[in-house]
Design a binder for this molecule. Structure first.
Ligand SMILES: Cc1cc2nc3c(=O)[nH]c(=O)nc-3n(C[C@H](O)[C@H](O)[C@H](O)COP(=O)(O)OP(=O)(O)OC[C@H]3O[C@@H](n4cnc5c(N)ncnc54)[C@H](O)[C@@H]3O)c2cc1C
Ligand code: SF4
Length: 562
């Protein structure tokens, strides 16, 4: 097959790839998006309104099938009877890790990637985050600061549509928000109490979400059905399928090719540029090339790095972009599974209306004004106050009309949960490499992942339990259950790093505009580029970095410098 030729190639159609496609096409570039997975038809694939009784296993899932084909994916709660189809088949997409050192790599392989199942929490960073590596001597300094990013966050937030409450907290700056939902009565009362008892330091606010509370850009506001990981037929939450890919398609310059597994980037040593990518058709297994002036790798953090590792040349024997020795290194996730829940003593006469898709957030308060003696960096809490209501009947004895009536009549008290999400330090010894023996279903070398949490993360997790318990005590909660689980990294599904940005080609893979130092017409704008993780959910930052990098690439193309 002769190579196809476009102005731009985007690898992957998930959160960051969708943005690359939108921005490149809107700037006039004929762009092909190469997506390894299948197409998605919202009319068929979105199942947020399908009731448990309509599912074959009544929502409990086909355990045997999931254990066989998704032994890794099943560890995330979203991989249920409705949504397991959006998570990868682990047998076709293998990877390895050393015995006793697991990493749970949770992936989606379809048009839209994980933007279909993501939790939609979106937070800006502050300079507390951007300067942390330099201040504390971990990893490399970010080549960016808040002021470089702020206009790009604004740009993407306005398009995405975000519900959030303005709080004026310097550590988690406010963004461009739609009208927030009101907190429920128990959350509002908890907010008021904690603001007083902790002097404004611990703030319960709305989780900032990429979900519409007002109609926006042809998408309808959320109707609170509450099962977003299954799709959204009213396009109320942001996903590539709901938002960026339609915008790219509207330009008439988008070619979207599903079932196109990118094997490697093709590098021309005489031009010192990439000329295109090598692709395997997922169905026919036929190999073909696609050429373009500029290539955006958006296959997700570790997949983009895998493509670079598989693109070794005689000049770059350890992979394209490996001249610093950092390609594959500094893998990070967040740490979670530290927190507490308890029963609240108030708001017994109030109830919730609808199923809000997410609830509250307590922004980072550790190592903001004063230094914590035990650990660096910080964490925030996600959580919610809810009344167990009729759901609790599934774990109680009883049946029939009177049983159901008793569950509806007595909603039970409010329960509050605070679950921590903390920053993981970048460390060279957490890395990915090509497994010398393992290949995927298309014969492409797979990754071997070496990753573990350090003492800093474990101490932070201990502190999550302490502070969550303190807050519940301050609320007068009873029946307080502190919890801490020892899950492996990966499960937070915020994997980042492995091709970090930096100021110096000797210590980083990408420059401050996400260009591969060794191949300037290749840009990596997914999570691979991150020199640190902060504690905030990362995807809105990938979107902003992508829009910023496309703008820069477009300037270079206009100046004929690519
Ligand atoms: C249950 C869940 C909850 C989450 N909650 C949040 C949250 O609240 N906030 C947040 O910020 N993040 C959240 N995340 C993480 C978020 O989904 C990811 O950070 C984000 O999707 C990453 O975007 P991406 O473009 O890098 O990759 P993805 O969205 O994963 O897309 C990558 C795409 O590349 C394709 N691809 C991979 N390899 C190749 C190849 N070789 N050739 C061609 N195509 C390829 C894949 O098929 C996929 O479509 C959550 C994720 C999950 C699963
Ligand atoms: S809760 Fe809102 S955003 Fe989520 S699926 Fe339902 S309508 Fe869509």
């Amino acid at each position: 097959m002769p190579p196809m030729t476009f102005d731009a190639i985007v690898v992957g159609s998930g959160i960051s790839g969708g943005w690359a496609a939108k921005e490149l096409t809107e700037k006039g570039l004929r762009t092909i998006v190469l997506e390894a997975g299948r197409p998605i038809d919202p009319a068929v694939d979105y199942v947020e309104h399908v009731l448990p009784g309509e599912k074959r296993y009544r929502g409990m899932g086909n355990r045997k099938q999931v254990e066989r084909y998704q032994p890794i994916q099943r560890h995330t709660g979203a991989c249920d009877e409705w949504s397991s189809k959006f998570f990868v088949n682990d047998l076709d997409n293998p990877y390895s890790f050393p015995e006793g050192k697991p990493f749970y790599w949770i992936r989606g392989r379809q048009v839209g990637g994980r933007s279909i199942m993501w939790g939609r929490c979106v937070y800006r960073w502050s300079d507390l985050d951007f300067t942390a590596n330099a201040r504390e001597g971990y990893g490399v300094d970010w080549p960016l600061r808040y002021n470089d990013m702020a206009p790009w966050w604004s740009y993407v937030e306005k398009f995405v549509g975000i519900q959030g409450r303005r709080e004026n907290l310097p550590q988690v700056p406010d963004g461009e928000f739609q009208t927030p939902w009101p907190l429920n009565a128990a959350e509002q009362k908890s907010r008021d109490i904690l603001l007083t008892k902790f002097g404004g330091e611990r703030v319960i606010t709305n989780a900032r979400l990429a979900v519409l509370t007002e109609d926006h850009g042809g998408r309808q506001k959320c109707h609170l059905c509450g099962h977003c990981a299954r799709g959204c037929i009213t396009l109320s939450y942001f996903s590539s399928i709901n938002s960026t890919l339609p915008a790219a398609r509207k330009t008439g310059r988008l070619t979207l090719r599903p079932f196109s597994v990118v094997h490697s980037v093709i590098y021309d040593p005489t031009k010192k540029r990439a000329t295109g990518v090598r692709v395997i058709d997922a169905n026919t297994k036929q190999m073909f090339d696609v050429n373009a002036k500029v290539i955006f790798l958006n296959a997700s953090a570790m997949e983009s790095t895998r493509i670079l590792l598989n693109s070794a040349t005689s000049e770059f024997p350890n992979g394209l972009g490996s001249s610093s020795g950092e390609l594959g290194h500094n893998l990070m996730d967040h740490i979670m599974d530290g927190g507490a829940s308890g029963t609240l003593p108030f708001a017994m006469d109030k109830r919730e209306i609808g199923n809000r898709p997410d609830a509250i957030y307590v922004p980072r308060f550790r190592n903001v004004k004063t230094k914590h003696p035990d650990f660096l960096r910080g964490y925030g809490f996600e959580g919610r106050a809810y009344r167990p209501a009729w759901d609790r009947g599934s774990e109680m004895p009883g049946f029939g009309a009177s049983f159901k009536k008793s569950l509806i009549g007595d909603l039970g008290p409010w329960v509050m949960d605070f679950g921590g999400f903390g920053e993981m330090l970048p460390r060279h010894e957490n890395y990915v490499e090509l497994d010398p023996h393992l290949v995927d279903a298309w014969g492409i070398p797979a990754l071997r992942v070496h990753c573990s949490y350090s003492e800093n993360e474990h101490k932070m997790q201990d502190d999550m339990v302490v502070t969550a318990t303190e807050m519940l005590e301050a609320l007068g909660a009873t029946d307080i259950h502190p919890y801490k689980e020892d899950n492996p990294p990966g499960l937070v599904i915020h994997e980042t790093g492995t091709a970090r940005m930096g100021r110096d080609p000797k210590t980083s893979v990408l420059n401050s505009h996400n260009q591969v130092w060794d191949a300037p017409n290749v840009f990596v704008t997914d999570g691979a580029c991150m020199p640190s993780t902060a504690n905030q959910n990362p995807s809105i930052t990938y979107m902003a970095l992508t829009a910023r990098a496309v703008d820069y690439a477009h300037q270079l193309l206009n100046r004929r410098e690519l």
